[in-house]
Write a protein of this length. Structure first.
Length: 278
């Protein structure tokens, strides 16, 4: 395991790079990309190993800019790509594509299918005794998809202790509040009913995320783990945190200015992270 910079700095750097992408593009899925920046920071800054080769699957593929930001900070994609998000000929499409973006391990975007891939990868790695971990991030809106539960039923049956699933519980989806569009999720009873280990934590607290992952990795290896991240959609910039809908935003002048201010304030943090990660 490694920790090269403070997790908080890594998370700020992720949000700063995402902001650059959106300024250049003029629109994007800012809410979910910002809400997962903290867990992404902890994973990429410390836990994802090259040997044995761990897997990262972003099932909520619309938050791809957060993934791309991490790959940029890890020197896997070039600086000039950052301003080409979702443009013709880009290596950074709207949703992750392993055939286009260096470092992306799984193509995702059709909600529910990423978790299914992660479960299959975990099962294959278990049969091969690779000792690799598979980390998967799922959206709470994505839990509307029945396929997610079918995948987790399989994970439970096969006791995939090498699979850690993070649920980004930011309480909002494209059509409104989760409670209004679907139902109120009682995560503890829901997933314990599938015989999965459940951890409900503050999803924008990097220290709590780090401690939870460490506890899982050093604990008993008998079940798949679900980590419910209690997050704020748009976390990091108050304007978006308070927005009724910031799932996908076509940015107006005020919003672009907020993004630009965030970038200007934190450009130095990005340089620090890039320098240390070399």
């Amino acid at each position: 395991m490694r920790q090269q910079v403070a997790h908080k700095d890594y998370a700020v750097a992720i949000r700063t790079v995402i902001s650059k992408m959106f300024i250049a593009r003029g629109d994007g899925h800012i809410g979910g990309a910002f809400s997962i920046a903290d867990v992404m920071a902890v994973l990429f800054n410390k836990y994802l190993r090259e040997e044995p080769k761990d897997w990262f699957v972003l099932s909520k593929g619309h938050a791809g800019p957060a993934y791309y930001a991490c790959l940029y900070l890890e020197h896997k994609i070039p600086k000039e790509a950052i301003t080409t998000l979702n443009a013709n000929g880009t290596i950074l499409p709207s949703h992750p594509d392993r055939n286009l973006t260096p470092g992306v391990q799984c193509s995702t975007g059709s909600l529910g299918q990423g978790i299914s891939q992660a479960v299959g990868i975990a099962y294959a790695n278990k049969m091969k005794n690779t000792n690799a971990y598979i980390y998967c991030i799922v959206g709470d809106g994505e839990l509307n998809e029945g396929e997610t539960y079918e995948a987790l039923e399989f994970a439970s049956n096969k006791k995939l202790s090498n699979l850690i699933v993070f649920i980004d519980s930011n309480k909002k989806q494209v059509d409104g509040l989760i409670d209004d569009v679907s139902c109120k999720y009682h995560y503890q009873s829901l997933f314990e009913g599938l015989d999965l280990a459940v951890h409900i934590i503050s999803g924008n607290d990097v220290d709590e995320i780090d401690a939870t992952i460490s506890e899982i990795l050093t604990g008993k290896k008998d079940r798949c783990h679900i980590v419910v991240l209690d997050t704020v959609k748009g976390k990091g910039i108050p304007l978006f945190e308070k927005a009724n809908n910031c799932h996908h935003v076509t940015f107006n002048e005020t919003e672009l200015k907020e993004l630009a201010v965030y970038v200007e304030k934190n450009e130095g943090v990005v340089k620090d992270v890039l320098g240390i990660a070399k």
